[in-house]
Design a protein around this ligand. Structure first.
Ligand code: PEP
Ligand code: MN
Length: 343
């Protein structure tokens, strides 16, 4: 739908927009109003280049798209009834909780084994553990291939599916070969389309699930859903959206909590939404409130950093990880809130 700056397009302007859309197999249907005329684009109006060319015209105010840019992830797409199952849960049917350490310490594997058993006992249905870590300081610990074996051993011991972030193709290959169930795309890489493409291609035809974090630099909600759409376009639509806070942060929090976008996501896409309150507020004592807020907003689940001995952890764990006792209490409250919200 083309909205001109003036009351209507001149004959010359109309000929120009008609030629532009014609090159993309569309035509123009003028809708003449008393105060202002608008021009409907008839045909597949999703081509980015066509929209850019129209928006670049000095006499066009804006171009509104009626069709969703998401063929697969749109709430009205044929995939809307697609169920994503993880850890014995069909997402959306009951509260889903993924919990575990930010970072696996390869020198202290027992911490991770104990954490894994404890998060299971607390009620989590999946286990997270950072094998490779994106860091603010490149000289900080960036992870270790050895931690992958620890992650998979914890999965074997608990029977929980596991989630780990990958940042490149080498890590992706190792993770899939080891049997990692959920590939996490971190906030720093959510707009790294070549990585999303590699992941999309690698998981096609598998049961693998992707936990896609929201990038700090993502603007409109559509950008987040488009990243999920891109992964799904290679054949596997098992993509979970994970808001985890954006910038700038209010003083005292690590990021700006963004669980409030859940209803917007839910309106536009069928993808399950699992909120990460740990990276959002960035402090263990604020995590339960942020987690419950996410459930109140309609999130399908939570991704929470948890450690049996947070002060002895590495990565984010000393600051952000909650204890298994706190996790158990949180899951109990989140289940009650879930029933209240979903009635
Ligand atoms: C993490 O999950 O430990 C992590 C680094 O997350 P994010 O990419 O959201 O910062
Ligand atoms: Mn972390």
């Amino acid at each position: 739908m083309i909205l001109p700056k003036g009351k209507e397009l001149t004959a010359v302007q109309l000929a120009e927009v008609t030629a532009i859309v014609g090159a993309f197999s569309c035509r123009i249907q003028p809708i003449i109003g008393a105060m202002r005329s608008i021009y409907a684009i008839v045909g597949d109006e999703r081509d980015e280049l066509m929209i850019n060319r129209l928006e670049g015209l000095p006499y066009v105010d804006r171009v509104d798209r009626i069709q969703s840019p998401f063929k697969l992830m749109d709430a009205r797409s044929d995939l809307a009834s697609h169920a994503i199952r993880l850890g014995g849960v069909e997402l959306g049917r009951e509260l889903f909780v993924i919990a575990g350490q930010c970072t696996i310490d390869p020198k202290n594997p027992n911490f991770f084994y104990e954490t894994a058993a404890a998060v299971k006992e607390a009620g989590a249905q999946a286990l997270r553990g950072g094998v490779w870590k994106p860091r603010t300081n490149p000289y900080a610990f960036q992870g270790d291939d050895k931690s992958l074996e620890i992650l998979m051993e914890a999965s074997r011991r608990t029977g929980l599916p596991v989630d780990a972030e990958v940042m490149d193709e080498h890590q992706l290959r190792l993770a899939l070969a080891a049997g990692v169930h959920t590939i996490q795309v971190g906030a720093r890489n959510a707009l790294n389309y070549s990585l999303l493409q590699q992941i999309g291609r690698a998981i096609a035809g598998r049961e693998t699930v992707v936990l896609l974090k929201r990038s700090l630099h993502m603007g409109p909600i559509a950008e987040f859903i488009s990243a999920a759409e891109y992964i799904a376009s290679f054949g596997n639509p098992n993509v979970i959206l994970c808001p985890r806070g954006t910038a700038p942060a209010p003083d005292g929090y690590r990021n700006h909590p963004d669980e409030c976008i859940v209803p917007l996501l839910k309106e536009r896409t069928w993808a399950p939404v699992v909120v990460d309150p740990s990276h959002s507020v960035g402090r263990a004592n604020y995590v339960p409130a942020a987690a419950l807020a996410a459930i109140a907003y309609g999130a399908d689940g939570l991704c929470v950093e948890c450690h049996v001995a947070p002060s002895q952890g590495i990565g984010d764990d000393p600051k952000q990880a909650i204890t298994p006792a706190a996790l158990k209490e949180l899951i109990g409250k989140a289940r009650q809130l879930w029933s209240l919200v979903r009635g």
